[in-house]
Write a protein that binds this ligand. Sequence first.
Ligand code: SF4
Length: 205
Amino acid sequence: MTDDVYSHDMTSTPMDPTVASARDGKLKVAMIGLCGCWGCTLSFLDMDERILPLLTKITIHRSSLTDVKRITERCAIGFIEGGVANEDNVDVLRHFRDNCDVLISVGACAIWGGVPAMRNVFDVGDCLTEAYVNSPTAVPGALPVVPMHPDIPRLTAKVYPCHEVVHMDHFIPGCPPDAEAILTVLDDLINGRPVALPRNLNHYD
Ligand code: SF4
């Protein structure tokens, strides 16, 4: 990866004072999805009511469910789902690195690229041609067009694991990881213990 400097809009929105005081002293947690299938996000939801006791110690500043990709307050912990497949993913991941004390790769896509990295054995131009020009769903007789627009992030030449773009502090493997694994890592961090995933939760399927 090149090490270009990306500019970030760090404008923050003033917070309601009541909300601010309720959050006082709590660790802020943020999570975001890059190039993945959102399956790891479902594992977060699978923590169900087990996350409730932790809410006395944490507040969720950003969640993949809202998909807001900018952090407006420094966060203690950032969870990243998905690998890096386009320029927007690079920008978002660097922004999270800049604004989170501890950054965690969640799932196979974040850790090694996962299914999207299957395109790494092909030229990205060939992938686009196959998807938009040779596709069986291409409209017969229509001019084949690969979509291009300033608002569509350009694909990176390869799909990268997060740690090849920025430093990642911890890794939770699995496709998706067990909710219990995410909960264990979160609980360790909140309570100041070294992160120690038990062997039965440290799986790669
Ligand atoms: S690791 Fe698996 S579940 Fe998670 S985003 Fe990738 S494909 Fe989806």
